[in-house]
Design a protein around this ligand. Structure first.
Ligand code: ADP
Length: 437
């Protein structure tokens, strides 16, 4: 017997006892009347609470526990406990759901969930960006009505999702490349994942270009070398011709050596850790080294003016800075006809250290300036080669400067000359006293 039956039986027994007592004191009629009134009161009480419970179940108000005496109080309390447990479970599921959504939102990939009719059920912000969707507005819309790219429509309708699809011409400027793959799940539903591979494709194209360029650059001197070798093998040459051919072959060999050396420098720069920002470079030594090398290379063909703030220095790697700044001075000499002048200035501008080389040379067309630091880019191919250039000098300069947080600025006017300025930021700039301390 459970508590409810026990309580009911006890109340009935109590009522019977009271009625018997009333009958003994008064008479049976009064006792019967009392019993009827008590039963009516009990029925009304139960009906009131049944109706209250009904209303409560119809429109539950969470957190409120209606008060009632006896068994009804107990029922309300138990209901409340049950509701509380459910509420906690719902909250837990909601939290898990929102964490799940947050995790998918944080994904660097686009995620779109499609129902069995390829209608959008949900998509994250990246998918919105990739496909130009609006998660709220486009909910329940057929995805191919919104993403009309023919390749995508064909892919989705093919039901062959083992391979990913590469979509070109995406994004606002139609310049992005997306990789997209669908994964079927559940009952005919699909998960569509997308990734922006524009950068990846660009670096891949750059890598291919680079390999093609290197091959081309090495092939030319190699062809010349083999030509000479063939000639020397097949044709009897005079001593003078032989010496001249050997000289020319030597030039081609050193051209190849220079290219390989520069490529190795670039590879090393790319692989090395960033230079320390607390090791001061001896800029006095760098400047005097540059001055000496410039005089040797020019051999009196140019007029030089070196102006340097002797106490100004920067932090980083001595050899790298010497090679980068040396490259700018060498270029100024190589691209300035005899009789021209070259000014080198090392000074502090604001909180920054600036190294600039100004020449009165050939100058550079405005359209070429942004491309100067590309590997093997040359404005005038033959002049570069004639003066022993590899087309990699400014690419090396760019790398060295990037590693030292510095920037390169080029101002030039065709036929009048150029200024190449290197700007070291405040965190790399030091005064000598401070550097010693
Ligand atoms: P290169 O070995 O051909 O000199 P760089 O990377 O050093 O390669 O320079 C790239 C190109 O930039 C050069 O081929 C040249 O056309 C141009 N250039 C660089 N410095 C100067 C300069 N001071 N005056 C004119 N043109 C320059």
């Amino acid at each position: 017997m459970n508590i409810i039956w026990a309580r009911s039986i006890v109340s009935l027994l109590l009522l019977a006892l009271v009625c018997a007592a009333i009958a003994a004191v008064t008479n049976a009629r009064t006792a019967l009347s009392f019993a009827i009134v008590a039963l009516i009161a009990q029925t009304l009480f139960s009906t009131y609470h049944t109706e209250r419970l009904w209303r409560l179940l119809d429109a539950p108000v969470y957190g409120e526990v209606p008060s009632a005496p006896g068994i009804w109080g107990e029922i309300y309390y138990r209901l409340h406990k049950l509701a509380k447990r459910w509420h906690a479970q719902v909250r837990q599921v909601e939290q898990q759901h929102s964490r799940f959504i947050q995790a998918i939102q944080a994904s660097p990939n686009g995620v779109a969930m499609l129902d069995d009719h390829d209608q959008i059920e949900w998509c994250n912000a990246i998918a919105e960006e990739h496909f130009g969707l609006d998660a709220k507005r486009d909910l329940r819309q057929h995805i191919t009505h919104l993403v009309r790219h023919p390749d995508f429509v064909r892919y989705l309708n093919s039901h062959q999702y083992d391979e990913m699809l590469v979509m070109r011409g995406m994004g606002e400027k139609r310049q992005n490349v997306l990789s997209v793959q669908a994964f079927p799940y559940g009952e005919n539903r699909k998960l569509v994942l997308s990734a922006d591979i524009t950068e990846l494709e660009r670096t891949d194209a750059m890598r291919r270009d680079f390999v093609a360029n290197v091959s081309h650059e090495l092939k030319t001197p190699l062809t010349v070398l083999s030509g000479f070798l063939e000639t020397m093998r097949d044709i009897p040459l005079s001593e003078a011709d032989r010496a001249r051919y050997l000289e020319l072959m030597d030039q081609q060999a050193s051209r190849m050596r220079n290219i390989v050396d520069d490529l190795l420098v670039l590879a090393k720069l790319e692989g090395d850790a960033k230079p320390p920002s607390d090791r001061a470079i001896d800029m006095r030594a760098v400047i005097s080294h540059l001055q000496e090398d410039a005089a040797n290379l020019s051999a009196g063909r140019h007029r030089f003016a070196f102006t340097a703030d002797e106490d100004l220095t920067v932090s980083g790697v001595h050899t790298e800075i010497l090679s980068a700044l040396g490259n700018l001075v060498t270029n100024a000499i190589r691209y300035t006809p005899d009789g021209g002048s070259i000014d080198v200035v090392w000074k502090q501008v604001g909180n920054e250290a600036v190294f600039s080389v100004t020449d009165t040379g050939l100058g550079i067309p405005a359209a070429d300036i942004p491309r100067l630091t590309e590997r093997f880019y040359r404005v005038d191919r033959s002049r570069s080669r004639d003066t022993g250039g590899t087309g990699l000098g400014l690419a090396i300069v760019k790398h060295v400067l990037q590693r030292h947080d510095a920037t390169l600025e080029v101002k030039s006017e065709e036929g009048r000359g150029s200024t190449f300025s290197v700007r070291f930021p405040v965190q790399r700039t030091m005064r000598r006293q401070a550097a010693h301390a």
